[in-house]
Design a protein around this ligand. Structure first.
Ligand code: ASP
Length: 326
C-alpha cells in the first residue's frame, strides 16, 4: 500500500512539472526592450528645425505606444504591429499614407511581421488599397497557413478579413509627387529613406519584428524590395534576436541581412553588436542602409552605414532615446 501511495505521489509530481507550465502562463519578468526605425538615408542635417522636431516627436510617440504595451505585460507582437500602424498613418513616413511613388505615380505597399516564438510570419506586397498593410500581414500570419500574399490576392484577403480599405489616392502626398518628379529628371535616388520598422522583446522573452514601406521612389511597378521578405528585411527568433532592416532592398535581399545576423549569433556565437557590424559594415557597401535589432538577453543595437537613420529605443532599465544622425 505504502509503495503504491509513493508511486502515485511521484506520478503527480511528474505531472505537475510537465504540464503546469503549459496550463499556467510563464510569469512576466518585468523586462522589455523595444527599438524603432523610420528609415536609413542621407537626411540633410540642415533641415528646418520644424521638420526635425516633427520627425523626433513622431518617433517618440511611436516608441511610447510600444513601450506602454510592453510595460503593461502586453506581447511584443502587439507592440511591433501597433507601432508600425502608427507610422503607416503618419504621412511623414514612407509606409501607408505618405508612401513613395512608383515610376507610374502610384503607391505599392509592402509589409511583414514575424513571431520569434515559433518562427510564424506574415507578409503582403504590392497592395494599393489596404490602409494598414502591417495589420494585414499579421492576419496572414495568424489566420492563414501561408506567409506571403501579393497584389490582388492580398487585397481580396484584406476585404475578407474586414481590414480598412481605402481609395489608392488616400496614400498620395504632394511631397512624394515632388520627389518622383525630381527622380525622373535627375535619376537621383531619393535618400530620405523613411521606411519604418519595430523590433521588441516582451516580459515573457518573446521577440517580434515588423517592417513596412512603399519601397523606393520611382521603382518599377511590381518591384518587390526586402521589407516584405522574411529573412531579408525582417526576422525574429526567440533563440537569437529580432531584426528590421532599411535601405537599398536589393542589397538586403542578396545578402539575406536579417536572417544572417541571427545565424551569426546562433552558429558563430557572436554578440548582437558583432553580428550586426559584420553585416552592415563588412558585407554591405557604404551608404546602403541599416538595421535595428534586439537579442534574447534584452540587448539592442541600431546600426547603419548611411549618414542618418531615424531611430529610437526604450528599455525597462529606463533608456528612452530618439535620434536622427550619428
Ligand atoms: N528597403 C526598402 C526597399 O528597398 C526601402 C527603404 O528601406 O528605404 O523597398
Amino acid at each position: 500500500m505504502k509503495i503504491l501511495t509513493k508511486k502515485i505521489c511521484l506520478f503527480l509530481i511528474f505531472f505537475l512539472i510537465l504540464f503546469l507550465p503549459g496550463v499556467y502562463p510563464q510569469q512576466p519578468n518585468g523586462k522589455y526592450t523595444i527599438v524603432i526605425h523610420g528609415g536609413a538615408g542621407e537626411l540633410d542635417p540642415n533641415m528646418p528645425e520644424e521638420t526635425k522636431s516633427a520627425y523626433l516627436n513622431s518617433l517618440s510617440a511611436a516608441l511610447n505606444i510600444g513601450k506602454k504595451i510592453l510595460e503593461n505585460g502586453g506581447s511584443s507582437l502587439d507592440a511591433v504591429e501597433q507601432v508600425v500602424r502608427y507610422f503607416e498613418d503618419d504621412s511623414l513616413f514612407n509606409a501607408g499614407k505618405g508612401a513613395v511613388f512608383t515610376s507610374e505615380g502610384k503607391c505599392e505597399l509592402d509589409a511583414s511581421i514575424m513571431n520569434g516564438k515559433d518562427l510564424s510570419s506574415g507578409a503582403v506586397t504590392g497592395v494599393t488599397i489596404i490602409k494598414n498593410p502591417i495589420s494585414l500581414a499579421r492576419l496572414v500570419m495568424d489566420k492563414t497557413p501561408h506567409v506571403l500574399f501579393a497584389g490582388r490576392g492580398a487585397e481580396e484577403l484584406g476585404k475578407k478579413f474586414g481590414v480598412d480599405i481605402v481609395d489608392p489616392s488616400y496614400f498620395l502626398t504632394s511631397q512624394r509627387r515632388e520627389q518622383l518628379k525630381k527622380y525622373m529628371k535627375e535619376k537621383e535616388i531619393n535618400k530620405d529613406g523613411n521606411t519604418v520598422g519595430c523590433v521588441a522583446i516582451d516580459q515573457y522573452g518573446n521577440i517580434a519584428a515588423s517592417t513596412s514601406t512603399g519601397g523606393l521612389t520611382g521603382k518599377m511597378p511590381g518591384r518587390v524590395g526586402d521589407s516584405p521578405l522574411i529573412n531579408a528585411g525582417t526576422y525574429a527568433n526567440n533563440n537569437t534576436c529580432g531584426v528590421s532592416a532599411t535601405g537599398q532592398g536589393e542589397l538586403f535581399i542578396r545578402n539575406t541581412v536579417s536572417f544572417n545576423i541571427s545565424a551569426l549569433i546562433e552558429y558563430k556565437n557572436m554578440t548582437l553588436d558583432n553580428a550586426a557590424n559584420e553585416m552592415i559594415f563588412n558585407r554591405l557597401p557604404e551608404g546602403s542602409g541599416g538595421i535595428i535589432a534586439v537579442d534574447k538577453n534584452y540587448n539592442y543595437t541600431l546600426m547603419f552605414n548611411t549618414s542618418s537613420m531615424l531611430r529610437g529605443a526604450a528599455t525597462s532599465d529606463g533608456i528612452m532615446e530618439v535620434k536622427i544622425w550619428k
